[in-house]
Design a protein around this ligand. Structure first.
Ligand SMILES: [Zn+2]
Length: 351
């Protein structure tokens, strides 16, 4: 009987199952009720107990092998793709549409801001998100231990506390200013980080555009002209704006710029906190100390600088009331900007 088992195993191993008919034949020949293995079990029943003990494991092993081969062949035949052409292809059916994505609202607005300033002759500069204390604070007239540093709650690197995540893109301007000599017209764009609680109004990271112009005899009038042009190109010609005295360590005098609330037209609403005005950017004449720190002679040159949060501008433009929407990746939110894919710069180009 052991010989029968061995012969059957060999026969089974050399049987190739190519299709469903072959699978059915295999089932009938080997594991069906009238198959070879069932037949062997019939014979097995009549053996004496000693012989059963000797042969039983081999016979059971053969049965298990046959079932395993059947199952794997069956599952393999299930996944075999059907023949390529089962029925005629109707070439007149419409094609499957390709899924088209859209630009992120922050990217749309960032591109528009860059475009407006590039048309005024500003170069685009980029810099590292991890910077030294000098680039983020020291060179910008934030003395060590000065309370002005508290305005920007900063992430320092644990392994090297002399390095930090930049709190503003103004840090890029220090590199630009040190590497070039005036006249310099440059904007820096990128992500900045501050240790702030995440809410509808603030986040631990956001995006900024920072600009500066350094040349001989640059005045506050140049700054005002630049900002007026920007606001007009960004928000429309009828937009009212005002300069409000403010404080930044790296500019003197400093100002914050507000525009008339677009929602209530200055009458007062929750967005403008019933003030009728919303702040869009900070600006001022570059402090002579900062120019000196960048090896620019403040006796010969002067300059202005400005900075704005891209999130804030985007929220005002599209009337978005929660900052967190920008980073939560909800498609229902992002798909609303599909129409902006072909953003027209016509208004800006015309300037
Ligand atoms: Zn309002």
């Amino acid at each position: 009987m052991m010989d029968d088992i061995a012969r059957l195993r060999e026969k089974m191993n050399t049987t190739f199952i190519e299709d469903k008919a072959g699978l059915e034949r295999f089932r009938q020949d080997f594991i069906g009720k009238k198959g070879c293995i069932a037949h062997l079990f019939e014979t097995f029943k009549q053996l004496p107990i000693a012989a059963k003990k000797a042969i039983g494991p081999a016979l059971n092993g053969l049965k298990n092998e046959a079932e395993k081969k059947f199952k794997s062949a069956a599952s393999a035949l299930e996944v075999v793709p059907p023949p390529a052409i089962q029925q005629p292809v109707d070439v007149t059916l419409p094609a499957f549409g390709a899924a088209i994505g859209s630009l992120h609202p922050l990217t749309i607005v960032q591109n528009k801001i860059i475009s407006i300033f590039q048309r005024m002759g500003f170069n685009l500069a980029e810099g590292s998100e991890i910077v030294g204390d000098w680039h983020n604070f020291g060179a910008l007239n934030f003395p060590e231990n000065h309370p002005a540093r508290d305005l920007q709650d900063t992430f320092f690197l644990q392994l090297n506390p002399a390095q930090l995540l930049r709190t503003h893109t103004t840090s890029v301007q220090i590199s630009t200013c040190t590497a070039q000599s005036p006249p310099i017209r440059s904007i820096a764009v990128g992500r900045v980080f501050r240790n702030e609680a995440i809410s509808a109004r603030s986040h631990c990271f956001f995006h900024q555009v920072d600009g500066m112009y350094i040349d001989t005899a640059v005045t506050f009038s140049d700054l005002k002209g630049t900002i007026y042009h920007f606001v007009e190109a960004m928000f429309g010609e009828a937009t009212k704006l005002r300069f409000r005295a403010s404080y930044f360590p790296f500019t003197e005098p400093s100002a914050e710029v507000d525009i008339h609330c677009r929602l209530c037209q200055g009458k007062g609403c929750t967005v403008c906190k019933y003030a009728g005005w919303v702040e869009i950017l900070g600006a001022g004449m570059i402090d002579p100390n900062v120019l000196t720190n960048c090896q620019v002679d403040p006796e010969q040159y002067s300059g202005f600088a400005f900075g704005m949060g891209i999130e804030r501008i985007t929220m005002l433009l599209y009337q978005i009331d929660d900052l967190r929407l920008f980073s939560e990746n909800h498609l229902a939110f992002l798909r609303q900007f599909r129409g902006c894919l072909g953003f027209s710069d016509a208004a800006v180009f015309a300037k």
